[in-house]
Design a protein around this ligand. Structure first.
Ligand SMILES: Nc1ncnc2c1ncn2[C@@H]1O[C@H](COP(=O)(O)OP(=O)(O)OP(=O)(O)O)[C@@H](O)[C@H]1O
Length: 303
């Protein structure tokens, strides 16, 4: 196993941020680490990378126990923290030199920097100071810094957060390429991204593991529940849907925009058409989806 997390618990004062969490990631896997805000993802990643100590449990990365060998483990891990701390006054190459020195890369420094710049697509921008780069390029600098020492494991905390759609696609491609010969654990709130990049997901909620499965397994496990999206021009109270036996859960996503969970989308759509006739609703759209990652994520993390 590249990463093995065993019974990890981390408390901040009274709050348990990570609770008896266990999972492992095999060599060469790209695994998505999901959970709502505050679920404990960053805390777990900081413990895996040796930047934070756990209260209980243990972590091994490529056979090294993180707590016993923090320096040794840092050599095999490339970490992109959520905040991506960078020195904005430094030139890109200057910063990468600084990181290379931290890793004692010695005579390999130049070659490694050029390689990381090429790999992360920084070539057109590397002559600038970091502070003048766009957010997407700053993220590439963080990734280049994480790659310099040729780590076998990459831990990326929300690598595409705050980027525009083009940058998201570019960074995603980059992660996909890096994942060809590295183990990658990355956190994200973008479920399509997770679907595009990985076969397996680990989902936590309030510090607890709620799913650790291949996407295909999750989808078939969740396929007993369908989601129907109804958009109507009229504004109606939730009680209209709550009174319907076919509807297990209703959520308003916007004025007249409803997401309804049911065991039978076919039956529910028929019923919604009846309701729209009875109440003179103007339907803008009515469609269903079964076993979407979004629906599964919500059902696992909604308490
Ligand atoms: N240094 C700290 N001191 C006290 N509480 C903390 C600290 N760091 C995190 N927490 C709390 O621990 C919980 C888990 O936080 P964490 O940042 O690990 O969640 P997350 O899943 O990464 O969230 P997000 O998706 O919003 O980044 C949160 O309730 C957070 O407020």
């Amino acid at each position: 196993m590249s990463i093995s997390v065993q019974h990890l618990t981390k408390r901040y004062g009274e709050q348990t941020a990570v609770n008896d969490l266990s999972f492992s990631v095999g060599q060469g896997e790209i695994v998505g680490f999901l959970g709502p805000n505050g679920a404990g993802k960053s805390t777990t990643m900081k413990i895996i990378t040796g930047y934070l100590d756990a209260d209980e449990g243990s972590v091994e990365v490529m056979g090294r126990r993180v707590r016993d060998n923090p320096l040794e483990t840092k050599k095999v891990i490339g970490y992109l923290p959520e905040a991506n701390p960078l020195y904005y006054d430094m030139y890109v190459k200057e910063y990468l030199h600084f990181i290379a020195d931290v890793h004692h890369l010695g005579k390999d420094t130049r070659g490694r920097i050029d390689e990381a710049i090429t790999l992360t697509g920084l070539t057109p921008e590397y002559k600038k100071t970091i502070g003048t780069l766009s957010k997407g390029y700053k993220q590439r600098v963080g990734l280049a810094a994480a790659l310099l020492h040729h780590p076998g494991v990459l831990i990326l905390d929300e690598p595409t957060s705050g980027l525009d759609p083009n940058q998201i696609i570019e960074i995603r491609e980059l992660i996909r390429n890096l994942g060809k010969n590295k183990t990658v654990l990355f956190s994200s709130h973008i479920l399509q991204e997770v679907e595009a990049l990985c076969d397996r997901v680990i989902i936590i909620n309030k510090g607890n593991l709620v799913a650790d499965a291949r996407l295909a397994e999750l989808r078939s496990a969740g396929s007993g529940k369908d989601e129907v999206t109804l958009v109507i021009k009229e504004s109606v109270p939730a009680s209209v849907f709550e009174a319907e036996p076919l509807i297990e859960q209703c959520r308003m996503k916007g004025e007249g925009h409803w997401t309804l969970t049911t065991v039978s989308s076919t039956e529910l759509k028929k019923r919604l058409l009846e309701l729209s006739l009875q109440n003179n609703w103007n339907i803008v759209s009515l469609h269903s989806e079964s076993g979407s990652l979004e629906a599964i994520f919500r059902s696992l993390t909604s308490n």
